[in-house]
Ligand binder design. Structure first.
Ligand SMILES: *[C@@H]1O[C@H](CO)[C@@H](O)[C@H](O)[C@H]1NC(C)=O
Ligand SMILES: *[C@@H]1O[C@H](CO)[C@@H](O)[C@H](O)[C@H]1NC(C)=O
Ligand SMILES: *[C@@H]1O[C@H](CO)[C@@H](O)[C@H](O)[C@H]1NC(C)=O
Ligand SMILES: *[C@@H]1O[C@H](CO)[C@@H](O)[C@H](O)[C@H]1NC(C)=O
Ligand SMILES: *[C@@H]1O[C@H](CO)[C@@H](O)[C@H](O)[C@H]1NC(C)=O
Ligand SMILES: *[C@@H]1O[C@H](CO)[C@@H](O)[C@H](O)[C@H]1NC(C)=O
Ligand SMILES: *[C@@H]1O[C@H](CO)[C@@H](O)[C@H](O)[C@H]1NC(C)=O
Length: 373
């Protein structure tokens, strides 16, 4: 009973000391020869690790305890704490060591070892500082926005020490111009070129955490200029149009003001990604004309016109032109080979120089051809 009473005084004394001693300052009480108080270096640990708390004992120790703030964890061999993570490691004449497993942020704070000897009480205090790896907790999920809108990407992270945030654009290509070091990454009036993959990194002394977000930017179609197409009567022909749009455009084809549908009059319409193809399998006289391709998505539309024009079937005269030019080339080559020998290397000018003679031959040849028709 007597011992219990003294013990309570020790505990309450150490509690008073804890409140008085400024944390972090190595303090030795002066004047009071009855007590001896030590402040140990801070212990810095990572969340989840195990901490050992040790204080020296000495001769004639009557009572000893480890305290967390104002609550006793261990009083001698007796465990007062209900926390299963706290356990006794060593208690003998030299040292009193306990351990705390799986340290968490809430364990951060001042721990005091109070020792009562036959004459004077003594405390040893230590500050446990818990570090936590960064974790991104609030993050913009994949975003779909319209071109021109103001976009804010968010990346909020926990961690101790406070993590530093940085943003960068990963794709289409890493772009240094648009890095940011803010939790809220603002992109005013976004353009289509800023669509892509962005990465947020949260970093502190102990680790980093990263997350990526895909930013999709919708924009209305823009059309590439259509190219007019010439087709011979009875042949097949293809009109093509291409539009750049997100989401991908749907296409409509018009002949003047009249909409054309797939399978209509031997016409086939096929959309492949960003292009549309209008195919005539057998072009008739009535097919020649002005066609309009319209690309539409939810943000707008664009159009381009393509003329399907007639190419006259090769007649005797056009045929003659084709033939003479091919004969011309052919004869010129043969002539050069004759002149320079089969192994000769031809220089760029020899072809021109050598065409004079074959031109005469050619005229005769052409005349013969003409007579046949
Ligand atoms: C120990 O930690 C406390 C609380 O964070 C701080 O005030 C003090 O300066 C630290 N002392 C040392 C020696 O680092
Ligand atoms: C220390 O005390 C704090 C505050 O009461 C508590 O949250 C924490 O769990 C305690 N830690 C240990 C190891 O007892
Ligand atoms: C973080 O996300 C949660 C759930 O989405 C939300 O309720 C909370 O408001 C967010 N916090 C901040 C600071 O935006
Ligand atoms: C974007 O922000 C600017 C400046 O803050 C503002 O003037 C504009 O109205 C905003 N645009 C939209 C689409 O909210
Ligand atoms: C194309 O159409 C014409 C007229 O209808 C027909 O005479 C011809 O046989 C067709 N050609 C082909 C390859 O189908
Ligand atoms: C084709 O039609 C479009 C739309 O009707 C028109 O703007 C364009 O001028 C026409 N092209 C020709 C060559 O007539
Ligand atoms: C084609 O575009 C012009 C202007 O860009 C527009 O005036 C016209 O109505 C469009 N035509 C169609 C068929 O959408």
């Amino acid at each position: 009973m007597m011992g219990e009473c003294v013990w309570r005084r020790v505990v309450s004394l150490s509690l008073r000391l804890m409140l008085v001693i400024p944390a972090g300052l190595p303090v030795r009480s002066q004047g009071d020869a009855q007590s001896d108080n030590t402040v140990m270096d801070n212990i810095t640990v990572r969340q989840g690790e195990t901490v050992f708390l040790s204080c020296s004992q000495g001769d004639v120790v009557t009572h000893t305890a480890w305290l967390n703030r104002s609550s006793i964890l261990y009083a001698g061999e007796d465990k007062w704490s209900v926390d299963p993570r706290v356990s006794l490691v060593t208690l003998n004449r030299d040292e009193f060591t306990i351990k705390i497993e799986n340290i968490d942020l809430s364990d951060e704070g001042l721990y005091v070892c109070a020792v009562q000897t036959s004459s004077k009480p003594r405390t040893t205090s230590v500050h446990i500082i818990v570090q936590v790896p960064p974790k991104i907790v609030n993050f913009s999920n994949s975003l779909v926005v319209n071109e021109g809108s103001n976009v804010t990407l968010m990346c909020l992270a926990n961690g101790k020490p406070e993590p530093a945030i940085s943003w960068k654009m990963l794709s289409p290509k890493a772009n240094d111009d648009i890095d940011s070091e803010d939790e809220y990454f603002e992109i005013p009036s976004i353009s289509r070129h800023r669509a892509g993959m962005y990465e947020c990194t949260a970093a502190n002394d102990i680790a980093i955490d990263t997350k990526t977000v895909n930013l999709l930017v919708n924009y209305p179609p823009t059309m590439f200029e259509g190219r007019d197409v010439g087709v011979t009567l009875g042949h097949s022909g293809v009109l093509r149009c291409e539009a750049d749009a997100v989401p991908e455009a749907d296409f409509e084809w018009y002949r003047d003001d009249r909409r054309i549908f797939n399978g209509f009059d031997g016409i086939e319409i096929e959309d492949i990604g960003s292009t549309s193809k209008l195919t005539f399998h057998n072009v008739s006289e009535a097919d020649y004309g002005n066609y309009t391709c319209v690309a539409i998505n939810k943000l707008g539309s664009a159009n381009t016109s393509i003329i399907l024009y007639e190419v006259i079937e090769p007649t005797s005269s056009t045929l003659l032109q084709e033939m003479t030019s091919s004969v011309l080339e052919h004869t010129a080559t043969e002539y050069n080979q004759l002149r320079e020998g089969p192994g000769a290397v031809q220089d760029g000018n020899s072809g021109t120089a050598g065409t004079y003679t074959p031109v005469c031959l050619l005229l005769i040849f052409a005349l013969q051809l003409l007579l046949k028709f």
